[in-house]
Structures are given as C-alpha cells and as structure tokens.
Design a protein around this ligand. Sequence first.
Ligand code: HH2
Length: 276
Amino acid sequence: MLWRTTRFDIDCSLPRVMGIVNCTPDSFADPPRGIEEAIELCGRLVREGADLLDIGGESTRPGAAPVSVDEELGRILPVLDAALQLGVPVSVDTRHVETMRAVLERGADVVNDVQALQAPGALDVVAAHGRCGVCLMHMRGEPQGMGAEAHYDDVVREVRAFLAARLAAVAMCGVDAQRVVVDPGIGFAKTQAHNLELLGRQPELADLGRPLLVGWSRKSTLGRLTGGKPPAERVFASVAAALIAVERGARIVRVHDVAATVDALAVWRAARPQRG
Ligand code: HH2
C-alpha cells in the first residue's frame, strides 16, 4: 500500500508514525509553542523515528478560537521551511484553502484537512497541484460547536459512508487515489462511546481501499478511561490505543509521543505471526 506525496512515496505496508508539531498557543495537549521551539521539536521527532511530520497552526479542540490565514501562515511557514530540510515527508494540518495553496507552493508534501477538503475551492487547490498527498478526515460542523453534532444511528457505518463519498469526490476532481488516506476523526463530533466503537469496529473501515490514518494521541477519551489524567499523562494510554489501532489495520498513527510509539511498534513488528 503506497501513499504518494509531493516528494516521497510512503510505503504503508508497515505502520508509519506521524509526529505532531503544533505551533499554537492553545492546542489541547501541548504547551504554548513558538517558532523556535516548534523547529526544535521537528528535529527531535525525526531523531526519535517519526516517518513523517504534521505541522499545525490552528487548534481544532472544541471551543478553540479560529485563526486568520495570515496568522496561521505566520506560525506555520518558518517551521515548514525548516522541516522540509529533515528528509521526511511534511504534512500541514489546515482547513483553510489559502493556507493549503501557500504551503503547497512552499513544498509541503501532504495536506491534512480535518474537514476532508469540503471547503469551497479546497479540492481544486489539491487537484491543481497534482502531486501532493492528502488526508481526508471525518468530522461534522465546525470545531467550535462540533460536540452538538455527535449524533449517529451507527457511527461506524456513517463515518465509512462519509469517507467513501469524499474519496469519490476527490477522484472526480482527477486526484489519483494513491495520493489519499482516510481518517475516522477520533474526538471530532464524537462522544466517548463513538470513539470506542470506531476503535472496536475499526476493521469495518479497512475495505475503503486506502490506508487508514488514526489519531488517538492524548485525546480526552483516554483521559476519562484512565481516571481523569491530564493530556501530558496520557502517554501510556495513547501508546496502547495506537497499538490496538495498528493491530486492527491502521497504517499511520498520528502521535505526540513518537519515541514511545516507535518502541511499541518495534515490538509489534517483531511479534507478527510469520508466514510458512
Ligand atoms: N486530531 C487533531 C488535529 N488534527 N488530523 C487528523 N488527520 N486526525 C486527527 O485525529 C487529528 C488531526 C487534534 O489533535 P492536536 O493537533 O494534538 O490538537 P489541537 O487541534 O488542539 O492542536
């Protein structure tokens, strides 16, 4: 399973680790982080074994204040420039079309959009570029009020149908399917029960035909399951969730704690049943 991106083809036959680099003052799981700290973090995560980086300049936690494109680009671009020198694919986490255009011009390898390129013009930007990778994530509504949208008859079936429809929309615009991965959007317009059902029944998302990317890292469901621990103390729970997701077919895990996840996946790889 190949994920083709601007500069790199990522072999997803083994699980890959996407390291999170939030350049924000208000992300749910990070301390406020300026440009220099974010650049240092990029280097550290690559040394720890991240297969790719995901740089974000706007928090999407419930209730986060939206940022303007200028502000978002001011946070992202210096970090993107530095990250592009590190020899790994670099993704940018944004839902703003102008930001997508600017980071692709600058050389970004992947657009990671929590709104699955539904904004007017987003599909066109990606199609016009023609070579970048894309992550299409499921969510409903806007981050500010998405909690109110967490109503499903069957969350797995509905998320699956949404992702299938977005894959079809992207294909209609001429984007090669090999450039696209899909993500159920853990914590985005989902209750704790929805998140856990998506993990429990994750194999039902596997037949969408494209690699599955999942982000459980430090999310509040894990805090609730471990007696109310704050985000920085959710590392063990995050590694457990990432391993379960990989065991159930995820090909890319989006994580804050790269070193711990890389070690866990080394054990997972070594313990895979050998054929013959
Ligand atoms: N989760 C977050 C942000 N972007 N993108 C994808 N594809 N999948 C995810 O699960 C996902 C994502 C939220 O986590 P984080 O970036 O750590 O927090 P914040 O949005 O507060 O910066």
